[in-house]
Design a protein around this ligand. Sequence first.
Ligand SMILES: CC(C)(COP(=O)(O)OP(=O)(O)OC[C@H]1O[C@@H](n2cnc3c(N)ncnc32)[C@H](O)[C@@H]1OP(=O)(O)O)[C@@H](O)C(=O)NCCC(=O)NCCSC(=O)C[C@H](O)C(=O)O
Ligand SMILES: [Mg+2]
Length: 268
Amino acid sequence: MPIYKRRRSALFLPASNARAIEKARTLPADVVILDLEDAVSPEQKALARDQAATAIRDGFPMEVAVRINPIHTIWGEADLALMEDVKPDLLVLPKVESIQNLPSVGIPLWAMIETPLGVVHSREIAEHGDVEALVMGTTDLVKALQARPLPGRENLMYALSQVVTHARAYGKYALDGVHLDFRNLQTLEEVCIQGKNLGFDGKTLIHPAQLEVANRIFSPSPEEIEWARRVIAAWQAKDPDQGVTVLDGMLIEELHAIEAERILELAT
Ligand SMILES: CC(C)(COP(=O)(O)OP(=O)(O)OC[C@H]1O[C@@H](n2cnc3c(N)ncnc32)[C@H](O)[C@@H]1OP(=O)(O)O)[C@@H](O)C(=O)NCCC(=O)NCCSC(=O)C[C@H](O)C(=O)O
Ligand SMILES: [Mg+2]
């Protein structure tokens, strides 16, 4: 059976912020992303890179990722060289638009899809062997589309669905974009439910207050766990000569048993 890692919450923080790095170690995030890119000013890029390296060497109780600057920028090569040395669990690449310049450094890559060309090429990016996850960058994408931020994200449905579909087609994880209105937990919950309904494994976050909502919404609910237990029991009890069974008047096929196993694995 495949191993499903929890990827409900991935918390960004500027690696220039030493207090936030310390705080992150105490938080219930599935993944912490030390950012060297857009959350860090040009003046603090070197400090952020060094602090990220020290923090990774010191260790984290959860998976730790670093988002480096794009390779073509003046910081990109130095970011990549140091991360190749300190080896975070994951490397987050911003604004990925093709597989041409994906670095191969023995660290699983999370490719951010945040430009129209990235959306167009998300199939080949998902197919790439070093890519473990596609991550929506909805803030940059809205800007690049010359769209407007909408609370219900109707204008992003094509991109969100395309990215989840391509991630799933190649067995990769898919993470939803950040919710900028970080003190509004009601609207966060609404977009988390929307993201879960679309198929995302979890959400990228920018503030500790967002963790509880994302972890709760992207965990299997008590109803889903109960359904999964009953499906597995029904599947195990079915007539071995039949390829299907019935539970509560609903047809159950092997695909439901596989999905039930995934839910129970994520619930433990
Ligand atoms: C958004 C913030 C600037 C708000 O900061 P602040 O006003 O300081 O928040 P609080 O006072 O409420 O903080 C309370 C305590 O929590 C700690 N804290 C805050 N944020 C984080 C964090 N992200 N990780 C860890 N700890 C955090 C504070 O230090 C306080 O601790 P304590 O001293 O114990 O009280 C700030 O939250 C922030 O900088 N967030 C991250 C911003 C970021 O990383 N942005 C880049 C990624 S998102 C992106 O780039 C978009 C994407 O690419 C796209 O295109 O969509
Ligand atoms: Mg971005």
